[in-house]
Write a protein that binds this ligand. Structure first.
Ligand code: FE2
Length: 477
């Protein structure tokens, strides 16, 4: 008799627990983490690079005209812009005139010139000039080629670091110079962002005999139509290494480093391949998959310090770009990113990184917020688990290049994988405010631009417990 109240209490507890579990499961069922493998199948044969005489590679008219014009941030926040171009017939000068109106270029900056050889290739004169003293969020016009053929371009500097300004970020990777590459760039240009975060593998010149560096020049002329007008943030990929001991070329990143400088010193980095920039509400950390990253290496130590410098009140959004993905459910390059994941994932989770962008795999994939940081060799906890503290991982190596698509998925689709498809395309991240960012991946759908995967991301610092996997909206055919 005396045990009745205890039994009743136990019954109440059981009922409460069961009800709570039921409610929780209903909540989960209403917002399941969907894992979608797109059923869209594009013909996926590899395309050849566009021919050397393709119109997109045309040399601009005029004697010794500046060509391959491209810009990237010249300091950490965009009050400087680094302008690069090539002259072929003669060195010419490295002066850039700039100002707030095309007919009033009242500022001047003096640059430098470099050249390099690669086996039997000698580059043109590569000019680099940093325009300083710029105001944020301001349109500037700039011109170079004085004494020969003057060409004029323009760009808009990013908004100042701060949580209020919106920012539209293009996401392109593994672009190459095939007709597919051309479609991707054309689709991006239809509604371009403020800047492009490029996740590596630019020209694929190394796929040609002797790493034909003329293909670096054609890629520079092809991409100029976008990258002369807005900064592209460069990440080094494996096709930038250009290590070719068989022809005596043993200096890694030789063409890339001569042509595409980065503002690494502004973020206290010691090498051009890992650095950070801050644009409006975003703090973007670029890492190098092909530089030493083990504990105590310069890159590892820099990242450790850099994460301490991040101020989420000023720059609420924190992103990492690295060429090799840490999460990839494609047989192409499967597990290649595992050493970097093991080294950096705990740091990324602890720092509440919002998104980690990667390329390398020629397909598209977006993850749920998952982590795999429990495993300690002996505990057996080696399966990624849902983790709201963790970044979303996006593989955007689908720009379209001479190697073709990565068309072998692993099965079953892992629970962390939210959406995957092997088509070409690009993505855009629209940061609306300090809590919400809209994201869309656009497939190259046989000549058309089709929205294929969209979602909202909520900020890991300002909405740390919000489960943003509920927003996923994929349109696949
Ligand atoms: Fe790659």
């Amino acid at each position: 008799m005396e045990r009745k109240p205890a039994a009743a209490a136990a019954l109440v507890v059981v009922v409460v627990v069961v009800l709570a579990a039921a409610l929780f499961s209903v909540g989960e069922a209403a917002h399941p983490r969907r894992c979608v493998t797109s059923t869209y199948r594009r013909k996926h044969q590899a395309s050849d690079d566009m021919p050397m005489d393709a119109d997109v590679f045309a040399v601009p008219p005029g004697r010794n005209a500046p060509q391959q014009v491209h810009i990237t941030l010249g300091d950490q926040t965009g009050t400087a812009m680094l302008v690069s171009w090539v002259t072929v017939e003669a060195e010419g000068n490295s002066t850039v005139l700039y100002g707030r109106a095309a007919d009033r270029l009242d500022l001047a900056a003096e640059g430098t010139t470099t050249r390099y050889t690669f086996y039997n290739y000698t580059s043109g004169f590569i000019h680099h000039c940093t325009l300083t003293g710029l105001d944020h969020g301001t349109r500037y016009y700039y011109a170079m080629g004085f004494g020969d053929t003057v060409r004029t371009f323009w760009f808009t500097t990013p908004p100042p670091p701060g949580p209020g300004a919106p920012l539209r970020l293009g996401l392109i990777g593994d672009l190459g110079q095939t007709p597919d590459s051309n479609s991707t760039l054309t689709h991006y240009e239809q509604h371009p962002g403020d800047a492009v975060l490029f996740v590596g593998d630019l020209s694929y010149a190394d796929k040609h005999p002797l790493h034909d560096n003329n293909r670096w020049d054609t890629w520079g002329r092809f991409s100029e139509r976008s990258v002369a007008y807005q900064p592209w943030i460069w990440t080094a990929g494996n096709h930038e290494i250009d290590y070719a001991p068989e022809i005596g070329e043993t200096v890694a990143f030789k063409p890339f480093s001569h042509r595409y400088p980065t503002p690494y010193r502004a973020s206290d980095s010691s090498e051009p391949y890992w650095y950070s920039v801050k644009m409006g509400p975003a703090h973007i950390i670029v890492l190098s998959s092909y530089s030493a990253f083990g504990k105590y290496t310069p890159q590892w130590k820099w990242l450790e310090q850099e994460l301490k410098r991040v101020d989420r009140e000023t720059t609420p959004w924190l992103f990492i770009s690295a060429h090799v993905p840490w999460y990839n459910s494609n047989n192409f390059h499967f597990m290649e990113g595992e050493p970097t994941r093991v080294q950096f994932e705990q740091m990324a989770v602890d720092a509440r990184v919002d998104i980690v962008f990667a390329g390398h795999v020629h397909a598209y994939e977006r993850s749920h917020r998952y982590s795999n940081i429990k495993y300690n060799i002996t505990d057996g906890k080696c399966t990624p688990v849902a983790d709201r503290r963790a970044p979303v991982y996006i593989v955007i190596g689908d720009g379209g290049n001479i190697e073709g698509l990565a068309d072998e998925l692993t099965w079953p689709q892992p629970a962390y994988s939210a959406f995957r498809e092997y088509s070409y395309g690009h993505a855009v991240l629209d940061i609306k405010n300090h809590t919400h960012a809209h994201y869309a991946w656009y497939r190259n759908h046989d000549g058309n631009k089709v929205t294929a995967d969209t979602t909202w991301f909520t900020n890991r610092y300002h909405m740390p417990n919000h489960d943003d996997s509920v927003y996923s909206n994929t349109a696949y055919v």
